[in-house]
Ligand binder design. Structure first.
Ligand code: P1T
Length: 385
């Protein structure tokens, strides 16, 4: 089926007992059994839920994968994927990941004996430098949060598979509409569904998708054994949102391109980070790797730019009204954030400097509003710079 058809229909069919067109919210913790171990495929709400299953099947289809498992947050998805590993194993993670991901590996998994290196995964030489015989997983975010640095997924998949390690990709920033890492050779894809997939800033959730049956079996086990599962209502809200994912992503992408060009033409802004800009150092990779299901390139809705320092950024941010100052991204409404004091505050200052995340950096998550209104709002902020 075509991608938009899958977005609307995959995993869903009229409900059998009533004909309800929309998959119901099966708000139940448990299921009646006819006799011990005789049931309709559902035993207990943590183990399985029909609304959750519909969402999982829908998102598997959109990532062009076979198996998907839903979680209560993006971090719960990352945590469950990391439990595929054992103490003593070594993980390499993209240095400039979402701050919470770096915090999780450094401050939680390290306590369980996992060894971790954070490196710039855009350069394969960096992987060769830290690779060891214990390296079992490469955890990549592309483009990164918030500096929009890309990693070449096809090259990384070949590199990992030569060495019997798993390539895991956090695809939150592109959404499956503009990037499908399984098609490029990744073993596992995960998302914070809180972002573009749900797209309405009203649910926190996560999803993990794979094509490999042995990984799927272990993930299904962990989903039940660890239990970081989402509620049926949250699954239903996300399932409702994925029907419009292609429409939202196209509008977000068009708005973001216009805004990135506007920002780049303004002399008060030092540097704009957006892979769609002609001078982005990795635009050629973006054109190869970030494609919609119909083969058209897309660059997503995330834009960052440098103002001279924190004080200037603060003045700019207090002049903004339509973009809401808030963490998160991917909703229909535009958000703006100051990574150093907000999303990446848990990253040590020295590490932020090392990866080039300046105190004056501002991050936009562009929504679907009229782009003229968004630009007028940014102009108000720039008057204070
Ligand atoms: O917030 P949660 O649903 O647990 O997802 C964590 C997460 C994972 N991966 C990426 C790339 C993310 O951006 C996030 C969460 N990010 C923000 C809240 C933010 O404002 O960047």
């Amino acid at each position: 089926m075509g991608y938009q058809t899958d977005a609307v229909h995959a995993g869903q069919h009229p409900e059998e007992s009533t004909g309800a067109v929309i998959t119901p919210i099966f708000q139940t913790a448990t299921y009646a059994q006819e006799a011990p171990a005789v049931h309709k495929g559902y035993e207990y709400g943590r183990t399985g839920n029909p609304t959750r299953l519909a969402l999982e099947q829908n998102l598997a289809a959109l990532e062009r994968g076979k198996f998907a498992y839903a979680f209560g947050s993006g971090m719960a998805a990352t945590a469950t994927v990391s439990q595929l590993l054992r103490g003593g194993d070594h993980v390499i993670c993209t240095a400039n990941v979402y701050g919470g991901t770096a915090r999780y590996f450094r401050q939680v998994m390290a306590q369980f004996g996992l060894q971790i290196d954070l490196v710039d995964t855009s350069q394969i030489a960096n992987l060769e430098r830290v690779w060891r015989k214990e390296t079992k997983m490469l955890f990549v975010e592309t483009p990164t949060n918030p500096l929009l640095i890309l990693s070449d997924l096809r090259a990384l998949a070949a590199f990992c598979h030569d060495r019997q390690a798993l390539l895991v990709v956090d695809n939150t920033f592109m959404s499956p509409y503009f990037q499908r890492p399984l098609e490029l050779g990744a073993d596992i894809v995960l998302h914070s569904t809180t972002k573009f997939i749900n797209g309405h800033s009203d649910v926190v959730g996560g999803i993990v998708i794979t094509n490999r049956p042995e990984i799927a079996e272990r993930l299904a086990f962990l989903q039940n054994a660890v239990g970081a599962v989402p509620s049926p209502f949250d699954c239903w809200l996300i399932l409702r949102a994925t029907k419009t994912l292609p429409l939202r992503m196209r509008q977000i992408n068009a708005n973001a391109m216009t805004i990135a060009e506007f920002l780049q033409s303004d002399r008060r802004i030092q540097k704009v980070y957006y892979p769609g800009l002609k001078n982005h150092p990795q635009r050629e990779l973006a054109l190869r790797q970030q494609l919609d299901p119909y083969g058209q390139p897309g660059f997503g809705g995330m834009i960052s730019f440098d103002l001279p320092d924190f004080e200037t950024a603060k003045r700019f941010l207090t002049g903004i009204k339509l973009f809401t100052l808030a963490e998160s991204l991917g909703g229909v409404e535009s958000l703006i954030c100051h990574p150093t004091s907000m999303t990446h505050a848990s990253v040590p200052a020295e590490e932020r400097r090392r990866i080039g995340l300046s105190d004056g950096l501002v991050r936009l998550a562009v929504g679907i509003e009229d782009v003229e209104d968004l630009i007028a709002d940014l102009e108000h902020g720039l008057e204070r710079v």
